[in-house]
Design a protein around this ligand. Structure first.
Ligand SMILES: O=C(CO)[C@H](O)COP(=O)(O)O
Length: 151
C-alpha cells in the first residue's frame, strides 16, 4: 500500500507522527509526505488536501492521511477531486466503515480535536481494512461515481 500524507501548520505535528508510524508499518510499501514540513509554513489546507487527493486520483498513491485543525477542511478539499472519497474519522468504527462501506481512500484528522495516541491507533487499524467490491456496499458507492462521471 502506498500512502500520501499532508497537513497544514495546524496538523503538521500529528501528520509527522502518523507518517513515522506508517513508515514503520510492514504493510505499507511507500509513504509520500507532501508537507508542510513545519509550523512556519502557512500554506492553506486546500492546497495540500487537493494535491494529496490528486496524487491518489492519478494513481501515484493508494490512500491518504490528511491532517488540519479539525480534519473537516482537508476532507472537503480531497472530496473535490473526482474519484476520491475522504472523511474525518475520529473513532475506530467510522474509520473501518469509511473503507468497508464507502471505499474511502482518504482519512482525515483534526489535530485540535483528537489526541495523537488515538489517531495512531485508528490509522494502524485503518491500514488493515479493505473494501470488498463484491459487497452490497459497492452498488451504493457506484452511484457516487456515476454522478461524478455525469457532471
Ligand atoms: O482546520 C482547518 C480547516 O478545516 C485548518 O487547520 C484551520 O483553518 P482556519 O480555522 O480557517 O484557520
Amino acid at each position: 500500500m502506498r500512502i500520501v500524507v499532508a497537513a497544514d501548520n495546524a496538523g503538521v505535528a500529528l501528520k509527522d507522527q502518523l507518517r513515522d508510524l506508517l513508515l514503520a508499518d510492514d504493510r505499507v510499501d511507500e509513504v509520500t509526505d507532501l508537507g508542510v514540513a513545519d509550523g512556519s509554513d502557512d500554506k492553506a489546507y486546500p492546497l495540500l488536501g487537493l494535491a494529496a487527493a490528486e496524487t491518489i486520483a492519478r494513481g501515484d498513491a493508494d490512500r491518504g492521511v490528511l491532517v488540519c485543525g479539525t480534519g473537516i477542511g482537508m476532507a472537503i478539499s480531497a472530496n473535490k477531486v473526482p474519484g476520491v472519497r475522504a472523511t474525518v474519522a475520529h473513532d475506530s468504527y467510522s474509520a473501518e466503515r469509511s473503507v468497508k462501506s464507502n471505499d474511502c481512500q482518504v482519512i482525515t484528522f483534526g489535530a485540535r480535536a483528537i489526541g495523537p495516541e488515538l489517531a495512531k491507533k485508528i490509522v494502524a487499524e485503518w491500514v488493515g481494512h479493505r473494501f470488498d467490491p463484491s459487497s452490497a456496499s459497492a452498488s451504493k458507492v457506484a452511484h457516487i461515481t456515476e454522478y461524478e462521471q455525469a457532471h
